[in-house]
Design a protein around this ligand. Structure first.
Ligand code: DNO
Length: 349
């Protein structure tokens, strides 16, 4: 596995110098944030980003994300124009030698939580998702914003989007995903850019909007749409693991052995009630996911691709982007590295 770290570009309060000082850190996961969703990314901008990262002896391992325009998810006639732009972006990323692109197919909102600063008993704060709180939230007020979200929608636009999604149920969303995948994958193959679809977070419908990438069956359906290692998955322990019916290590091993795991997000969550969870430290005993089993699964299929510690708590007085502080994610990277080293040495005995 190749240890990597998400970085939100020049505006990220965490400098690349600091990330580089985390032992075993090899790669950066980032994106271009000032291009409106749906427009093609110019090669020069991609090269500029890559150079900035390489200057710090790090590699640009993954683009997370090239966002998918809502018209594609809605299946509107204008989708073809946006798909052409997406293909241009993939071709340019290929020219720059970027190996992996992460994306998602969640309508309107990306990952969602009910509170961003839930205080844990040790005084640290973490992100939390409580179904009853989310049920009372009004998404149209636009009061919640999380790192990586497209926050460019105005209130009226959000209203209109919600109206448009009234005609899109889960099956329709699947049809639109299929259309998208079939169009872009040949270009991903030609450009040697591996695609990794991120599961829905949380893995169930919210605010009346459909969500479809939620379990083993749906991941199987995604990979069967286009039979190629370029049509792969981002296996996210925290997203899939939020549903206690998902056995994350088992799913990881299963899709890994099929050669379809192109990226891994590792973080822990603790189930605190039906459809409710709290984010926790990475260490297995702090949450509901056995991280040692996650590493064993990766070893079982000799994973060489990128992995990143995912959301961290806010500790040691740090302030910053919710889930994306430096300290707890660095601890997560060290913990995963330790588990990997132990498992590797043990197997080589
Ligand atoms: C949250 C992230 C997601 C992810 C996108 C991928 O922390 O895991 O925002 O980047 O869903 O497209």
């Amino acid at each position: 596995m190749e240890m990597s770290f998400r970085w939100f570009g020049k505006d990220d309060p965490i400098p690349l110098e600091y990330i580089r000082q985390i032992p075993n850190m090899k790669g950066i996961v980032t994106a271009i944030y000032d291009i409106p969703v749906g427009e093609a990314w110019p090669l020069e901008k991609i090269l500029e980003l890559k150079e900035m990262i390489e200057k710090h002896n790090l590699k640009l391992s993954v683009i997370e994300s090239v966002p998918v325009h809502e018209d594609i998810k809605l299946g509107l006639p204008t989708r073809d124009k946006y798909i052409e732009n997406y293909k241009t972006t993939l071709r340019n990323l290929g020219k720059a030698g970027i190996p992996v692109v992460c994306y998602n197919f969640m309508p309107v909102f990306d990952w969602t939580r009910s509170s961003l600063d839930y205080r844990l008993e040790d005084g640290s704060t973490a992100l939390i998702y409580e179904e009853d709180v989310v049920a009372k939230m009004d998404p149209l007020k636009g009061e919640l914003s999380l790192p990586g979200w497209d926050s460019s929608y105005k209130k009226e636009e959000l209203h209109e989007l919600f109206e448009q999604y009234k005609d899109v149920d889960e099956e329709k969303l699947w049809e639109n995903l299929e259309y998208f995948i079939k169009k872009i994958m040949p270009v991903a193959e030609e450009s040697d850019v591996k695609m990794a679809i991120h599961p829905d977070d949380p893995p169930w419908g919210i605010f009346g909007l459909p969500r479809i990438i939620t379990n083993k069956e749906s991941l199987e359906r995604v990979i069967s749409i286009y039979d190629s290692p370029y049509n792969g998955l981002c296996m996210c322990s925290g997203s899939l693991g939020a549903d206690p019916n998902n056995n994350f290590p088992e799913m990881l091993r299963y899709f890994g052995k099929k050669g379809r795991v192109n990226f891994v997000h590792a973080r822990n969550i603790k189930h605190i009630g039906p459809r409710s969870f709290q984010e926790s430290a990475h260490v297995s005993s702090y949450g509901s996911i056995d991280m040692y089993e996650v590493i064993r699964a990766l070893k079982d299929f000799n994973y060489t691709g990128p992995i990143r510690p995912d959301h961290g708590r806010m500790i040691w007085g740090e302030t910053g982007k919710p889930g994306y502080g430096l300290y707890d994610r660095a601890l997560g990277a060290m913990y995963l590295t330790g588990l990997w080293e132990a498992e590797e040495k043990n197997r080589n005995r």
